[in-house]
Every structure is written in structure tokens, then in C-alpha cells.
Design a protein around this ligand. Structure first.
Ligand code: CP
Length: 308
């Protein structure tokens, strides 16, 4: 049966741990796995802009012996011109996997339902599960075992990064704490799903309005842009709504003294994070950005093995 990765809990806690172990191995031995030798081709479809995802998947597929094929949805027959199902039927006969950055989660589900090769969500409006794998790998590098660590996310807790931290962190047995102003809290269904998972892994989920409460004694502090892709028209309102939610030195001091700071990037200094924090000694964002490569390679290797 083909395995897809459309959201964080498309893998079990044990499977997530196995992918992370492989990611560390591949970081040490980058060319030790060659599932796409041939070379086989992997389709990398982008409906939205990207730097890290485009580079890390392209380099990753090459490292795995394959050829990355970048497809810009706007200049293909996608983006509303041809159905997702028909696109899947064309691609699955020629590529070894389909990686898609898009808007609606439903589109990814339709792609997966019509594909006999793995489909990977490289960011949707609802989740960014590849980013969370890289983030968890980075936390392991700097803090060791994930179980029992407190991860605090401050900002737009209704966005894709927050959802993936809630679900992915719960899978890893972490205590995930989020803080958001009124109107930006995570969906109740997302919180209950994360809490349900956390109950099986020893983790927990907490939702706050006050960012200092969420960050208190955290091992990992993180945030994301206040204006996600597609929300540009709401920029002025969002900047006003998130006043007081900038992770600056004062808020960061609520965390443990050896806490690390993560940001998926791109970052907007002076808005969701101060320059002093993101460019300071607790920030591990460049390791995090590099780990996109290793974590996604591990994911592709694992999906390929599971699907054969
Ligand atoms: N973090 C992330 O997904 O970066 P890009 O948008 O540059 O791919």
C-alpha cells in the first residue's frame, strides 16, 4: 500500500521517531541511501513561493540518486485548468513521488487518492509537516530526547505552523504550549486531536492568550510570520492584532536559560521576533533550515520503503 505524508499524524509516534533517526544518519552520510537511482524523477509542484522547500527538496532528491522536476502550477495545466485527479494520473506513471506546496488540504487529499506514488505536503493552508520534522530533528541535536520537553509557540496559533507544532509535537511526546490573541487561537478540533495524541505519548497541549505564560520554563521557543502566504491583504490589521506578541529578549527570558529559538523562515525582524533574539545566541535557525534537507530525505526514503 502506498503511504502519503499529508499531515503530521499520517505517521505514528514510532514512525516519526524512525524517520528522525534516519534523518540524523543521512546528515552524517548524505549519499548512503539511493532509492531514486536510475535516476527516477520526483515532481516538486509549487502553487506558492518558496526558497527553503524548493532548494532542500531539489538537493535532497539529487542526493538520493534522482532527478527533481520543479513544476510551477501557474505555467502548467494545473491551477484550476485541469483536475487534480487527472494531474495525479499523469504524474504517477512517470515519477517516483509527488511533493506539492499548495493552498487547500483537500487538493492534497485528492492528489493522494488518485496516486500510486507517495504524495508529500510541502506546505498547505492547514499544515507544514516537513518543517516540523526538521524542527524536531534540530531540537534533538540541541536538547536530546524530545519526550517531556516544553515547546512554546507564540503568534498566529490558527495557522499551518501552529497546527503542525500541535500535532507533530504531541506525537513526539512534547508539552506543546501556544499563545495567541483573540481570534487567532487554534481550532478546537486541532487542539482536541493534539490532546488525544499527547495522551498516548506522555505529552500535553496548553492554549494561552498571554505569551509569557506560554513561554514560562520552555525548552524551545518558536513563532512564525504574522502574515502567511495568501493573507497579504490583512497585513495592517494583523500587525495591530499581534501587538505584544513579538518574541523579544524580555519574553525569551521567561523560558529556561538554555532554551533554543526556532523559526521556519522567512522571518520579519521587529514583528514576530526581535533581531536580538533571532540573531542571538539562543537561535538555531540556520541548523533548522539545513535540517529541512536531511529530514525530508529521510521522509522520502521511508515513504519509498513503506510503499514498495
Ligand atoms: N520554511 C519554509 O517553508 O520556507 P520556504 O517558504 O522558503 O520554502
Amino acid at each position: 500500500m502506498v503511504r502519503h505524508f499529508l499531515k503530521d499524524d499520517d505517521v505514528t509516534p514510532a514512525e516519526q521517531a524512525a524517520i528522525l533517526r534516519l534523518a540524523h544518519e543521512l546528515k552524517k552520510s548524505p549519499y548512503s541511501a539511493r532509492p531514486y537511482a536510475g535516476p527516477k524523477t520526483v515532481a516538486l509542484i509549487f502553487d506558492k513561493t518558496s526558497t527553503r522547500t524548493r532548494v532542500s527538496f531539489s538537493v535532497g532528491v539529487s542526493d538520493l540518486g534522482g532527478t527533481p522536476l520543479i513544476i510551477d502550477a501557474q505555467t502548467s495545466q494545473m491551477a484550476g485548468k485541469e483536475s487534480v485527479a487527472d494531474t495525479a494520473r499523469v504524474l504517477e506513471r512517470q515519477v517516483a513521488a509527488i511533493v506539492w506546496r499548495t493552498y487547500a488540504q483537500a487538493g492534497l487529499e485528492e492528489m493522494a487518492a488518485n496516486s500510486n506514488v507517495p504524495v508529500v505536503n510541502s506546505l498547505s493552508d492547514d499544515y507544514h509537516p516537513c518543517q516540523i520534522l526538521a524542527d524536531l530533528m534540530t531540537v534533538q541535536e540541541h536538547r536530546g530526547d524530545l519526550k517531556g520537553l516544553k515547546l512554546a509557540y507564540v503568534g498566529d496559533a490558527a495557522n499551518n505552523m501552529a497546527n503542525s507544532y500541535l500535532i507533530g509535537g504531541a506525537l513526539a511526546g512534547m508539552h506543546v504550549s501556544v499563545a495567541a490573541p483573540a481570534g487567532y487561537a487554534p481550532a478546537a478540533a486541532m487542539v482536541s486531536r493534539a490532546a488525544e495524541i499527547a495522551a498516548t505519548t506522555g505529552g500535553s497541549v496548553s492554549v494561552y492568550v498571554d505569551p509569557a505564560e506560554a513561554i514560562l520554563n520552555a525548552d524551545v521557543v518558536t513563532t512564525d510570520t504574522w502574515i502567511s502566504m495568501g493573507q497579504e491583504a490583512e497585513k495592517a490589521k494583523r500587525i495591530a492584532d499581534f501587538a505584544g506578541y513579538t518574541i523579544d529578549e524580555s519574553l525569551m527570558s521567561q523560558a529556561k536559560s538554555d532554551a533554543i529559538f526556532l523559526h521556519c523562515l522567512p522571518a520579519y525582524r521587529g514583528y514576530e521576533v526581535s533581531a536580538g533574539v533571532i540573531d542571538g545566541p539562543q537561535s538555531v535557525i540556520w541548523d533548522e533550515a539545513e535540517n529541512r534537507l536531511h529530514a525530508q530525505k529521510a521522509l522520502l526514503v521511508w515513504l519509498n520503503e513503506q510503499s514498495n
